[in-house]
Design a protein around this ligand. Structure first.
Ligand code: SF4
Ligand code: SF4
Length: 159
């Protein structure tokens, strides 16, 4: 009885090993089908898939202008409070006051990359970036300000 169990276990182990080795052998003989990336050796040439979501970013143009009107739709859409939009009143050339963003706070440490903020933005001011190297020693460094210093609203963006 004991010997029977002993040999059955050995047989199952060998079968399991061969099953695994079969897959290894397949990729060994079909190197073009290998999808594993040798990160970080390939860091210089690494291209992420378009649909990869690494962080929320706010693009600025060459004049340091963004498309964020400070409407706060993204803040309301975020299911876990990862966004805080702080606004200010700016006096325009005609003397009228307009709401503008002061600080666009993004808590990357809380973000689940659900994309809801991007979808909710009426002026396409934010998008998903592809950076994934977010390791830090201090969690506070994952609190980011997305609007650049002294940046302003791009002309022609609907408010
Ligand atoms: S991707 Fe989702 S969790 Fe992250 S900031 Fe946007 S709405 Fe919030
Ligand atoms: S990023 Fe978009 S949704 Fe969020 S405050 Fe700016 S304009 Fe509004």
């Amino acid at each position: 009885m004991f010997l029977n169990e002993y040999f059955t276990t050995i047989f199952k182990s060998i079968k399991s090993l061969l099953t695994g080795m079969k897959l290894t052998g397949y990729y060994f003989t079909h190197p073009k089908e290998i999808v594993t990336e040798e990160y970080p050796d390939n860091r210089a040439t690494l291209v992420m898939h378009d649909r990869f979501k690494g962080e929320v970013i706010m693009p600025h143009n060459e004049n340091n202008e963004h498309r964020c009107t400070g409407c706060q739709s993204c803040e309301l859409a975020c299911p876990n409070g990862s966004i805080k939009i702080i606004t200010k009143q700016e006096i325009q050339a005609d003397g009228k006051k307009k709401k503008r963003i002061d600080t666009w706070v993004y808590h990357l440490d809380m973000c689940t990359m659900c994309n809801l903020c991007i979808i909710s933005c009426p002026s396409a001011a934010i998008k998903m970036g592809q950076n994934f190297e977010h390791s830090v020693y201090d969690k506070k460094q994952l609190k980011k300000i997305l609007n650049n210093n002294n940046s302003k609203l791009m002309e022609g963006v609907e408010e």
